[in-house]
Design a protein around this ligand. Sequence first.
Ligand SMILES: Nc1ncnc2c1ncn2[C@@H]1O[C@H](COP(=O)(O)OP(=O)(O)OP(=O)(O)O)[C@@H](O)[C@H]1O
Ligand SMILES: [Mg+2]
Length: 245
Amino acid sequence: MLSGNVISVISGKGGVGKSTVSANLAVSLSKMGKEVALIDFDIYGSSIPSMMNISHGPKSMNNRIIPVESHGVKVMSMGFIVKNNDPVVWRGPMLGKVINQFINDVIWGDLDYVIIDMPPGTGDVAMDVNRLIPNSQQILVTTPHPTSSHVAERAGKMAHNNNHKFVGIVENMSYFQPPDHNQKYYIFGKGGSEQLASKLGTELIARLPIIAPNEKDFEPSIYKKGNLLHDKYMELADRLDSSIA
Ligand SMILES: Nc1ncnc2c1ncn2[C@@H]1O[C@H](COP(=O)(O)OP(=O)(O)OP(=O)(O)O)[C@@H](O)[C@H]1O
Ligand SMILES: [Mg+2]
């Protein structure tokens, strides 16, 4: 069974940074000394194993699954059950079974936080997760682009209709600031996330800049000390922890 505070990272739209936010938030919470699980339910576009630099699947013991550990975080991913990066065509009931298994048949131990990387949209997975983990809270990720916040609103409304609590909105790719410059460039626009937050009755809890990946880093999606995004994610983890406590 899953213990602890369950936080689903949702968006509606693809490619806005859900997986990046999920992975970095999980790692930051673990750095704060928390026991953290990271579950990747993105069956069609699973990216957590590669972001977390995990190259092997989980082991099992007495018919139960031992999650894979990386950066102090216990990880389970839909990617572990998909062989050779083959595309998957699964129907709803099968997906539901796997989701159930990840929740109930994994040896999670005592957890403070469970971060769930959700697939984009409001489809089968979102419905199953909402049903199986009714007490989960949501972080909504969007970019400032009006199309992104418009689609995020739909996912947010679905969460609302299911009586899920919002932790808040994370605006990713908010702006670009060239190194050694004070000027911020709002490439995808500005202000849409505040409007979305007030529409959904929640708060904007982080504004994360666009930062080009360090190509020399073998794990470029997990931000290290010295990267502004590392500090931003530590702030976000701290804010989340205080608001939940
Ligand atoms: N703040 C950022 N600055 C620069 N690049 C970023 C930032 N956040 C995310 N990215 C990059 O944007 C791409 C999309 O991010 P990510 O995979 O986390 O999005 P997603 O919402 O999980 O996508 P999908 O819907 O496909 O699951 C990735 O290549 C990621 O490295
Ligand atoms: Mg993703």
